[in-house]
Design a protein around this ligand. Sequence first.
Ligand code: JCZ
Length: 458
Amino acid sequence: MRIDVVTIFPAYLDALRLSLVGRAIESGVLALGVHDLRGWTTDRHHTVDDAPLGGGAGMVMRPDVWGRALEDVLALGIDHCVREGAGEGRTVLAIPTPSGVPLDQRRVEDLAAADHLVIACGRYEGIDARVAEHYAGRVEVLEYSIGDYVLNGGEAAALVLVEAVARLLPGVVGNPESLAEESHGAAGLLEYPVYTRPARWRGHDVPEVLLSGHHANIARWRRDRALERTARRRPDMVAALTADQLEPGDRGALARLGLAATPAGPRPLHVRPALSSDAAALAELAAETFPLACPPNMPAEDVAAFVAVNLSPERFREYLADDDRYLVLVAELGGILAGYTLAVLPRAADEPPHAPDVAAVVSARPVAELSKIYVRATAHGSGISQALMDATLAALSGRTVQGRPLAAVWLGTNARNRRARAFYARSGWEHAGSRRFTVGGRVEDDAVYVRPLVESGS
Ligand code: JCZ
C-alpha cells in the first residue's frame, strides 16, 4: 500500500517513522510520502489561503493550490500500482474534518484494503469545498472525523488514520491474534481489564480468578467485565448488540446490569413494586400471558373464565390493596410492562403451604407461594424472568409474618411446561413433588418446586 500525506507542516508526520509504522515502511509493506503543500504555490509568499467568500472569520485553503498538489500526488499512486502489478488500483482521498463521517474500525479495515491513500490536511477554516467535490468524480473521497472535538488542523487526524491502517497491513502487528481479540472487533464489546505481576500492588489485588488456572471461569469473568464496561461506558454499543453476538451466560450478566436481551438488542429493565395505577396494565398482561402457561389441551372457554375471574383489573386492585398478603412486582422494559410476579404470603406464621408435597418436604414456617411469574412472550429468553425472580426473592427475604421471617417459597408450574421447569431447576429451585390443581372443573398436575430464603442482612 502507498500513503501520501499533503500538509503545510510535514514535520508533524515525522512520528510515523517510529515504531510499528516505521517498521512497516522499512519492511516495504507500506510506502509513505509526506509532502509540503507550499511546494505547489506560485507566488513568492507561498500563499495557501484566502478570505472566505460570503464573509466570516478566518481563512480558507485555496482550491488552485490543492488541485495542483493532488494531480501530482495522485499520479504517484498510479506509478506505485503499476509497479505493484495492482492494475488500476483503488485510490481513496481522505480529508480530515470535524464535519466528516466518524472514523471507526470498520472503515479503517476498508481503507486498509485500498492501494493508494492520499490524506489532505487542512488548516485554518478548512479546504475550499470544491476540492472534495471535484475529486469525488475521479477517486473515492472520504471526509472523516476522529471524534467530536476541534483540532487546529488535519495533521493529528492524519497520524491517527495512518497508524490505524498500517497496523492492519500484513506482517505489521507481530501476533495476528492480538488483532482478532481487540476492542471494536466483531464482538461489539470493549476489552476486559488486563493485569500482570505483582499479584498485589499498593494494596490492590489482581482478581483471584485470574490466578486460578480455571480457563472456563477466566473466560466467563472476562466476558462479564467486558459486558459491564461496555454497558457503563458505551451504552450505545451495548444497545446495538445483536442476538448472534451474545454467548450463553451473557443474558444473566446483562440482567445483573439491569439490561434485558430483547430481540431489538439489550434494553434497560426496571423491576419495581406494582402500584394501584398498574392494575389495568397488569390485567391486560395477565390475559396475554396466562394462556401461555396453561396445559395445551385446556379449552379456551376455561382459560377465558379463569382470566375473567382471577386476573381482572378488579382482582389486581384487590391484590395491590392487600399488601400484607400479596407481593406484586412488575418489570418494565422501555416504560412498558413486560412481566410481573405475584407472591402470596400466609395469614398466620404456622399456616402450612397449600401443597401437601411442599408441606412434607419443608418443615420451616412461614412459607410463601410464588403464584405467578409471567413474562410477555415477545420478551421470553431475555433474562426478565430471572430479574423478576431475583427481585421477588430479595423482597420476600425482607418480609415477616406475625414477626417471623419467611423461611421458604414454593411454586407450582404445569408439569408439561418444560421451558418453565428448566428455568426453575437452573435457578436453584428444588423439585419437591406435584400437586393437583383444578381450572374450569378440570384436574391438572403441577410440578412443585421450593427454595429456602436467607434472611436479608444475614
Ligand atoms: C482543518 N481545522 C481538519 C478533525 N475530528 C476532528 N476534529 N478536528 C478536525 C479537524 C480540524 C481542522 C481541520 C482545520 C480537521
